[in-house]
Design a protein around this ligand. Sequence first.
Ligand code: NDP
Length: 326
Amino acid sequence: MYAVRIHQHGGPEVLRYEEVPTPTPGEGQALVRLVACGVNFIDIYQRKGLYRIDLPTALGQEGAGVVEAVGPGVTEVKPGDRVAYSNVLGSYAEYVLVPAQRLVPIPDGVTYQQAAAAMLQGMTAHYLVTTTYPLKPGDACLVHAAAGGVGLLLVQMAKRRGALVVGTVSTEEKARLAREAGADHVVLYTQQDFEAEVLRITEGRKLQVVYDSVGKDTFEKSLNCLALRGMLVLYGQSSGPVPPFDPQVLAQKGSLFLTRPVLWHYTATREELLWRAGEVLGWIRTGELKLRIDRALPLSQAADAHRALEGRETTGKVLLLTGFEG
Ligand code: NDP
């Protein structure tokens, strides 16, 4: 089979499309023939070495396809099932081994591409608005990078829960997409001071929560946008890691809360995984949640996909396709 692997950390050029043996499923594992693989920002952190992984390895954390074979003790799925998953390394490949407990069924009416596009970013948006800070009508929130993969889904889900949504983006075209997704106000944070804009929009009342995936460039001003006892949900670092932080600042700025959540801890049990994935894929099936697939490239062009995502060129989801039809 073919896979996109890295043997050392570095730029997009370290991604190698190469032939490797097709693996055999062991105890509790399923072999999945992938149709579509999701590209996520975490793949870039792992490629660069910002997040530790053992090398060499195939990259990628998300995919959708068909169960080809199962190992001993697997009861959750059987060969021929349409399945999707996230948070298991190695999805930039034609075949992948996945612990059967991490696989979820793809509902009828949802395509492989949609499922691969929704698992990681969709469940992330889901846990952020339902559990990390459960938004309710009357709340006001800020979504940074609102036209990104997570961003467009987060805006839609925040609106579903009745919150006022302010989004930040870097270009007019991205602003249009964020508005289409439902954002009430959009700020071009590369041209405008988003802290001043939040004060203006909320007439000084500020926000209950900021969902910040940008990190270094936005962190400090994000804290300044929060009302008393508001929450900064720092869930990414697309612009770089946040420097060391003195917790006393949280007291000075209004007894604020700061959390740094990851999807893995919000899908820790099979029950929680099936609930989140079931809701997200269900909303896609009914059309309540709109997915925007920015581009779908052949697996062999993974390096181009990384360049585009890293270069802030993409809006919505980037996929890699194996060429299998399912
Ligand atoms: P996006 O599609 O959102 O791409 C990243 C976006 O970040 C860019 O399009 C850009 O939007 C913005 N950005 C701001 N500054 C920079 C910069 N210096 N370089 C590059 N991009 C920048 O990616 P994803 O949807 O895959 O991920 C979004 C974030 O969410 C990532 O930080 C990721 O790590 C995090 N994440 C966290 C999870 C968790 O559980 N903790 C799970 C999933 C994702 P613009 O041009 O509008 O500024």
